[in-house]
Design a protein around this ligand. Sequence first.
Ligand code: GDP
Ligand code: IMO
Ligand code: MG
Length: 422
Amino acid sequence: MANTILVGAQWGDEGKGKIIDVLTEDADIVVRYAGGNNAGHTVFIGKKKYVLHLVPSGILRKNKLCVIGNGVVVDPIGLVDEIKGLRKLGIKVGDNLVVSETAHVVFPYHRELDAQREVLKGKHKIGTTKRGIGPAYGDKAARVGLRMNDLINPARLGQKLSLRIRENNEVLKAFGAKPLSFKKVLAEYQTAGRYLKPFVANTVVLLHDAMRHGSDILFEGAQGTFLDIDHGTYPFVTSSNTTAGGACTGSGVPPNHMDRVVGVMKAYTTRVGEGPLPTENAEISDLLHGMGREFGATTGRPRRCGWFDSVATRHATMVNGIDDLAVTNLDGLDTVGTIKVCVAYQYGKTRYDFVPNDIQTLAECSPIYVEFEGWRTPTSKARSWKDLPPKARTYLKAIAELSGTKLFIASVGPAREQTIFV
Ligand code: GDP
Ligand code: IMO
Ligand code: MG
């Protein structure tokens, strides 16, 4: 399958985990390249549900190598828990998982600062996952972060952490928050460092060696295009490059080794946290929540829901270079009589065919919709294109075309077999 980058084309939770699991069958290596344990990727195998936060979803298949790349920020306590949790469920985690020695480490002061900054922002908060992601990437850019090769070196960890705790405790005190105990944090992180040491390696050299030997790599995006630090709805974004370019910088595999970009989108739109969502709609939100769907995989928060926004997905096709499209959750629309799709935004007298960069403008845009007749038939048992109701096929073809890309997969349920290759 050559080297494939898979990205979320909306605001995260598009069903990347499910599609990664399906595509991993033909890959040798799965690489996470951005984000941290703010991600929650759900995979069903039979009736068993797995939610992956840091470990690539490929871990659930036998004989696949999983890599946490240099672009990821790793909460080592979270990673140890995740590895132990997977092992308890009977999943092998050993030499099939490798963590980059240059991936940055998330510390308790990052989590605490994340929470404190949100409180200070009050009603202007981002609605973060409070996993310390923003402050950890902030330290990376400010060149005061610690990396995995610091974590696994106990003496160096102590020396560097001492300075970081001293500085961050001053900041925490200014917030009125409790300072952290250096001794306690050091002990916890040394223990995690010992546990994780066998997993830590030079993943850039490893990936290039593997490519020389003909391995095919699948790059597992986290979050979504509109949560990208550069291309998203700033400041209501996460702190990494979640778009396709991030796969190169976050793994050390250069652009000329990338063969294909797959974009994942829901048949409608969801978002967790604050920030503009032009097609947000109470009716579809109530419908999906009523079905017990669209609750966050990491924080359990109800996701905000809306109609499919093709202005956004067209933009996603542009910035990611999406070659092939996977549409998930088609079955979520099975009972809807009239389905709306946003084709442009209206802002005063201006019509936008692209996503305006000014966040205030975007927040005040009204969607211009076209309507599709619903198919009002269950689709979850469909296994091939011809099994789908004709109106569902029309809808899928239309949203792919409006998104400026080619339909490749339609997903009609969370399970592997509920995947239709078009
Ligand atoms: P990710 O973060 O992009 O991996 O997505 P999440 O796992 O956070 O959220 C997607 C949710 O949709 C999960 O609960 C999946 O099991 C579920 N899912 C994925 N594809 C489908 C589908 O086609 N139909 C239904 N009903 N659920 C799906
Ligand atoms: P996956 O990989 C959906 C959102 C948060 C918040 C913003 C910033 O499962 O698609 P952060 O904690 O990163 O500083 O939060 O980004 N967010 C996600 N929303 N899916 C995710 O990951 C997300 N990761 C972060 O809700 O709005
Ligand atoms: Mg998710």
